[in-house]
Design a protein around this ligand. Structure first.
Ligand SMILES: NC(=O)C1=CN([C@@H]2O[C@H](COP(=O)(O)OP(=O)(O)OC[C@H]3O[C@@H](n4cnc5c(N)ncnc54)[C@H](O)[C@@H]3O)[C@@H](O)[C@H]2O)C=CC1
Ligand SMILES: CC1=C(/C=C/C(C)=C/C=C/C(C)=C/C=C/C=C(C)/C=C/C=C(C)/C=C/C=C(\C)C(=O)O)C(C)(C)CCC1
Length: 533
């Protein structure tokens, strides 16, 4: 597609019969085995990489049109990320596709060469969200290509200019018989979903996620669900309050808070509540000295529906605005806004923000804060904790989440070798880097049984022989090292291990004890040599 700067056309929905025709082509391509060739995969990924370099200006433009995302943010969170994903896959693909061996395979099965082969699933469908249209969709695309699949992308129509640039990237860089971008809203998405896929990846809200999962279940299609939720941040009296305010504010002004990973609410220890609010306001002034409206760095909310949703959240709150609060419907501007509340049922707490507004809830004891978090959303996508090491560990131990960062915003999700994924209602499955490759692969177990092994396998054949089975059990059946009460038994293996490890439970302990024994031996030897003992 020929797109020029300043001339991104309106979103053009793909005709339904074209969707079906292109789906059929993808199926035929996969069957032909073309996408399984590793060199072919790498070439597609290399072309994709260069497409991000060559379309940088168009990407900046479309993101500015859709959300007024700044060029700077377009680079750090979208373009650089996509390039990194491509490079990572190209660089490591030979290693990723190698058969995997299994560490704990019993010795007697080694001749069967047991291994796992990661094989492509087939044709993948990815339905995307609007907020990071390149990063989220392209990360899935890279994983699907790397794993050898064909792929359909249906980006969110709420970022229409980005949809058209994604279309151009597909058209410019990728084999159209293997990778397809289809456009449209509900009608087109429903039509796509009438086709059988081998995995459906979905990024979006819980309500839509449930619809997708139900539809996928009709054909037993596995799903990767990247959903939202109410992410908590904990700030205790032991935190560096300035740092906590700065880092939390960053993840709520990035993309105007339209980040599934950013916090919905902050639980603050009551005695430092006012100081924390002061720090937030100071940091806000530093980030945007002329105010958010005038800041060239600050995005807008994507559309009227989301603007009204966020406004309602603030308007319905019984809390007190302690930072920001201004809004302007004419360009869907919402100032970074913090509301101090004292009720877990406040609109600012129960609704998912997914925007630049958030609440602060004071607490008196960490146990109370932990209980509140577990009541508000027991399975959030992300969690942030700012406190002493002991407090942070206590939070991690007692509140689960898809991922977590100690002492910062969503750093864990900025490291692409780590998996990104939810737990419970914040999603299932994960992706990013190698984990995208895994997500779009089938782990196929393979064994090769040599002919000579048949003598050893005699026991399995008819006529069955109890004698052979007993002998087999004596030779090969593993024995437990625990009794009926679940306690460890102290058999020969236990005492041998004790002896060889000098009774220590760790390598460091063993080295230390060995050192002590050697020192004692040397001292005794010296005594004997010098004193003639
Ligand atoms: N876990 C993660 O990585 C992420 C999660 N999110 C979540 O996404 C939500 C906001 O993004 P939106 O784009 O507004 O989400 P959404 O759920 O409204 O839409 C997501 C996609 O689903 C499609 N869709 C909408 N209704 C549909 C239906 N009835 N049947 C089939 N497809 C349908 C849309 O066209 C879009 O492509 C928030 O809840 C946020 O937390 C957003 C980004 C990342
Ligand atoms: C720290 C050290 C150094 C300095 C390092 C520097 C200067 C690092 C600068 C890093 C920057 C600019 C990083 C910005 C990164 C932003 C990213 C990756 C944003 C990611 C956004 C994500 C993942 C959003 C996800 C959203 C999702 C899934 C959604 O909502 O849909 C030295 C100086 C190099 C020395 C060593 C130490």
């Amino acid at each position: 597609m020929a797109l020029k700067i300043g001339a991104i056309p309106e979103l053009q929905p793909t005709a339904l019969d074209e969707i079906t025709a292109r789906y059929n082509t993808l199926r035929a391509t996969f069957k032909s085995g073309r996408t399984k060739d590793v060199e072919y995969r790498k070439q597609q990924l290399r072309r994709l990489y260069w497409s991000f370099v060559d379309n940088t200006e168009l990407i900046e433009l479309c993101l500015s049109q859709d959300m007024r995302k700044s060029k700077f943010e377009s680079h750090i969170s979208e373009i650089d990320w996509c390039k990194q994903e491509c490079l990572d896959a190209v660089q490591h693909l030979d290693k990723w596709v190698r058969d995997e061996t299994i560490d704990n395979m019993p010795l007697q099965f080694w001749p069967m060469k047991p291994r796992i082969r990661n094989e492509p699933l087939g044709t993948i469908l990815n339905i995307g969200a609007y907020n990071f249209p390149f990063q989220t969709n392209v990360t899935a695309l890279v994983g699907a290509i790397a794993a050898g699949n064909t792929f359909v992308l249906k980006p969110s129509e709420l970022s229409p200019a980005s949809c058209m640039v994604l279309q151009k990237i597909f058209d410019d860089a990728l084999d159209p018989e293997s990778y397809v971008c289809v456009q449209g809203g509900l009608e087109q998405t429903k039509h796509v979903l009438e086709h059988k896929f081998d995995k459906i990846a979905f990024t979006g809200g819980r309500r839509t996620g449930t619809i997708i999962a139900k539809k996928a279940a009709e054909t037993l299609t596995p799903v990767l669900l990247e959903l939202g939720g109410q992410n908590p941040a904990f700030v205790t009296r032991n935190a560096d309050l300035k740092l906590a305010a700065r880092r939390l504010l960053w993840q709520k002004v990035l993309n105007a808070g339209q980040v599934c990973l950013s916090h919905n609410y902050v639980l603050i220890e009551r005695c430092v509540q006012n100081k924390f609010i002061d720090e937030l306001n100071k940091q806000y002034k530093e980030f945007m000295p002329e105010g958010a409206k005038a800041s060239p760095d600050y995005s807008r909310v994507v559309n009227k529906t989301h603007y009204e949703r966020l406004k309602k959240m603030v308007d319905n709150s019984k809390g007190k605005i302690v930072m920001g609060g201004s809004m302007d419907e004419s360009d869907f501007f919402i100032e970074p806004t913090v509301v101090l509340v004292d009720d877990v049922n406040d609109s600012m707490v129960v609704e998912e923000s997914f925007g630049p507004v958030w609440s602060i809830l004071p607490y008196d004891t960490l146990d109370e804060a932990i209980n509140m978090a577990n009541e508000i959303d027991p399975t959030p996508l992300a969690l942030f904790t700012f406190g002493s090491d002991k407090e942070n560990e206590k939070v991690l131990k007692n509140v689960t989440s898809g991922g977590a960062t100690i002492n910062d915003g969503f750093f864990h999700a900025m490291l692409n070798p780590l998996p990104l994924g939810g737990i419970g209602t914040s999603g299932m499955g994960n992706y990013h880097g190698y984990f995208s490759f895994k997500t779009f692969s089938h782990q196929r177990s393979i064994a090769k049984v040599p002919g000579w092994a048949d003598k050893l396998l005699r026991v399995r054949y008819m006529p069955y022989s109890w004698g052979d089975l007993k002998r087999h059990h004596r030779m090969a059946a593993p024995k437990p090292n625990f009794d009926r009460n679940g306690n460890l038994t102290k058999g020969l293996r236990y005492w041998l291990t004790m002896l060889l490890s000098l009774g220590s439970k760790s390598a460091a302990g063993f080295v230390f004890r060995l050192g002590v024994v050697l020192a004692m031996a040397v001292t005794l030897r010296l005594k004997r040599d010098f004193l003639g003992l």
